[in-house]
Design a protein around this ligand. Structure first.
Ligand code: PMP
Length: 309
């Protein structure tokens, strides 16, 4: 099944969607992107796109900072995305990548002004990013998470991801599944593509946004689900690195990673090393919700039906 992309204002086969090598974003990372999941519901024969509107709201926040002007509203971007998914016709889980970028073919120009902008939206089949069934083996990265005084960390600016990619590469080369990054003050911040939660002595906590974490959409869902379904209010506070070693449970949340238990950090076992009870409860609730199987949270899901032929 060939994938369809929205590129330069048109729906085209993915392999025809290309950019010139002089494109500003290609040279300088002057782009803003999102990662959205489409979760296939086999019984209903439909895709459920998770929190599509929230992803585009965050994308447009990044565009504001990067002075990328798009001729589309959030609603229009949602409609374009549903059409990409329906035309692509996938009947399995997918990953949707909207990318807004400085499209002008111009180099040796270090300025966001005076450049043309565009957005592309593409979708690819996508299974597990990290194994969500078994706890991840993590390490503390030697790379620090970017400060707001360097590159704004609250939106998904493409150039910023060099930071996370260095950290993830280092971690995987050393035999770990994921890196936990500290911020400049030494507080635990997040994974390279996931937010971080810690459960200790009955309190569920996550770092506050001022610690340079991305305002993750899964993070916000987990905060809602913990409160509404389990009566647990998540506390946003600084988390010292050493507290992670002492936690009863640690887990990561993200569009790609879903909700993944952390079994060890720097080869120190967390809890008893298996997926904790609370992590398991939250993961079960979350998996039903993202696949459109929990009617209470259907408003978080945008349905898309693959077009045949
Ligand atoms: N932190 C970073 C650096 C990320 O790239 C992501 C993935 N978007 C997350 C956290 C998790 O965010 P979300 O739940 O919105 O996918």
């Amino acid at each position: 099944m060939p994938s369809v992309a929205f590129h330069k204002g048109q729906f085209v086969p993915l392999e025809q969607a290309s950019i010139g090598i002089m494109t500003h974003a290609f040279h300088y990372g002057t782009a803003v992107f999102e990662g959205v999941r489409g979760n296939w519901n086999e019984e209903q024969g439909r895709m459920f796109i998770f929190r599509l509107r929230e992803h585009y709201e965050r994308l447009l926040a990044g565009c504001k900072i990067m002075r990328i002007k798009l001729p589309y509203s959030v609603q229009q971007l949602c409609d374009i995305t549903v059409e990409v998914v329906e035309r692509s016709g996938f009947t399995q889980d997918i990953y949707i990548r909207p990318l807004a970028y400085k499209a002008e073919e111009r180099v040796a120009y270090l300025n966001l002004g005076g450049l043309s902008d565009d957005i592309s939206v593409m979708a690819v089949p996508f299974g597990q990013y990290i194994d969500t069934d078994s706890p991840a083996k993590c390490c503390t990265s030697s790379w620090r998470r970017m400060e707001d005084t360097v590159i704004p960390p609250h939106v998904k600016i493409s150039g910023l991801y060099v930071n996370g990619i260095l950290a993830k590469t280092e971690a995987m080369a050393a035999g770990f599944d994921e890196a936990i990054m500290l911020n400049d003050k030494g507080y635990a911040c997040e994974g390279t593509g996931e937010n971080l939660f810690v459960y200790r002595n009955g309190q569920l906590a996550t770092p506050p946004l001022v610690d340079n974490v991305l305002p993750g959409i899964t993070r916000s869902c987990v905060m809602d689900i913990a409160k509404n379904e389990l009566g647990i209010a998540v506390v946003e506070r600084h988390i010292p690195r050493s507290e992670l070693y002492l936690a009863d449970e640690v887990f990561l949340t993200g569009t790609a990673a879903h909700l993944t238990a952390v079994g060890s950090l720097d080869n120190q076992v967390i809890g008893d090393g298996t997926m904790g009870r609370l992590t398991h409860q939250l993961q079960n609730l979350y998996f039903d919700i993202v696949r459109g199987k929990n009617s209470k949270y259907l408003h978080w899901c945008t349905p898309a039906t693959p077009r045949v032929g």
